[in-house]
Design a protein around this ligand. Sequence first.
Ligand code: C5P
Length: 219
Amino acid sequence: MIYITIDGPAGSGKSSVARSLAKELEFEHLDTGALYRVAALRWLRAKNREEEPDKFIEKMSFTNFELKDGKIFVNDIPLGNEIRTPEVGKVVSKVAEIPEIRDVITRKTRELAQNKRVVVEGRDIGTIVLPNACVKIFLTASVQERARRRYEEYKSKGVNISFEEVIREIKSRDRIDSTRKVAPLKAAKDAVLFNTDGFTLEEVVDRLKNLVMREIKKC
Ligand code: C5P
């Protein structure tokens, strides 16, 4: 098994970079933000049904996640764009603060990564989930740039949202993610920091691929 971790704030380019890097290296790709988004969607639905919070946590712990060719399956159903809505975006960081949910998703992430050559992206992968990873990368970018990317992503999916709202969502998630008590967003001490402002996706992937090829020999 070989683990490469990519952590960073919302819109830093993690997902596109992790996906392309995994493809270049012929590794699997695991987006742990998607797992937290599944939890957030479940939480919204449970709230609508006025279910007890404990029941939602118990259901999450019995949920089966699988990873096949970069696609996540939840109880055998492939995950789609239902987790990429502004409604989920608004609550996901709050749900990700619940320690029991973090425990469940940390455990599931380790199980999914086990025995694989995999690029795993998230917020706490290099620090908490896979601290012995071979290569750790921490991506950053300015708030404006990150909001611009997230706005384009929403638009391409036909979501009706203003740029100002996206800025607010990004700033709010930055604040919650980096100040929470359990597993806050931060770079691992041994992570390589990369600010992606002004770089194209290809340039970022190219540089990271060279870095990984160099470092992987030492793992
Ligand atoms: O990566 P993405 O922006 O889709 O992640 C959604 C949210 O899930 C983040 O804002 C964060 O609150 C949470 N998350 C986390 N730990 C991870 C991955 C995501 O807390 N490893």
